[in-house]
Design a protein around this ligand. Sequence first.
Ligand code: HEM
Length: 362
Amino acid sequence: MAFASVLRATPRLAVRAAPQMARTAGRRGFASGPSETKSNSNLLYGALGAAVIGGGLYFYARPDPNDARTVKDAASPQEVDYQAVYNAIADSLDDDNYDDGSYGPVLVRLAWHASGTYDKNTGNGGSNGATMRFAPEANHGANAGLEHARNHLEPIKKKFPQITYSDLWTLAGVCAVQELGGPYIPWRAGRKDGNVENCTPDGRLPDGDKGADHIRKIFYRMGFNDNEIVALSGAHALGRCHIDRSGFDGPWQYAPTTFSNEYFRLLFEEQWQERKWKGPPQYENKSDHSLMMLRTDMALSTDKEFKPYAQKYAKDEDAFFSDFSKAFSKLIHLGVPTAQLSEPVPLKKLEDQTPAPASASA
Ligand code: HEM
């Protein structure tokens, strides 16, 4: 049977990690066969792991086949140096020939769309599976243009073949947020790649031309509340809309490769009017017509529950960063059974690594 869970920890954490893994395994009631044997074998994995490992610690346990979130016939995660993967992605972000000079924004969107398919009622969808690799989901209208992100990550996947796509895509989102100036995002490894049957139905991601009711319907289905919805929407500080992808056009702020609270500040400080054009309904700023907002963005400044959070973030970037970090971390772990996940993997920004990694200091 395929292994389902990987737990990575530093040697210092090894002794603490073993009993925790055994507890988790017991709680989920793993796999086939008598339960005594199962939890004993997991304990054994734990004891062996704790005793043996020197450089990094990995535990493997079995999935619960009755868990709706279990990805069938999936590729299992294996031992990976995640900081090395992070550094390789970080080094690849800048490209003068792409968009505003960085692949970061589209990588954040990839991580979000890979995760935002989660349905808390059935437990399916979410970042486990990386099902956007397959035609039905890759061709969903909401995912238009994300091949740029997926293709960009292919050389990294080749360099680190042990990482699953589902871990790679979410890690890339974390890397992009952090390297573009955003907060640290807690990230755990252990997602597994599914197959075409795990693809989610179309229509699970939000439409930009709708209002607050639609936003709530989509995000409540994932298990988010109003505060988290507003915090997550602040990711529109990054990147832009592309006519040939979504049909919408333009960036939300003047520095679209810098993660900040500018999206919220401009939402309130600029005046917005409907753009008169042949494209789908969107707003433009009155002062120079170079920025845009979707209807869903505008709803954050008009809906009486959303507005106070958006106002708070416009004034207080620290509050935004703190709430965004938690909500984005929650997003990219949606749909992954807890037993599959590792301990949080520390992923340092390039600028915080000493000595600086070789490629970054070159
Ligand atoms: C109501 C919710 C949302 C709607 C309707 C929405 C809609 C859109 C649309 C239409 C685009 C333009 C795509 C293109 O033409 O390339 C876009 C881009 C983007 N979205 Fe959202 N989005 C929402 C929430 C989010 C969330 C929760 C995140 C992340 C946490 C996010 C991150 C991004 C990023 C980073 C881009 C820029 C991509 C690029 O520059 O290529 N969005 N979004």
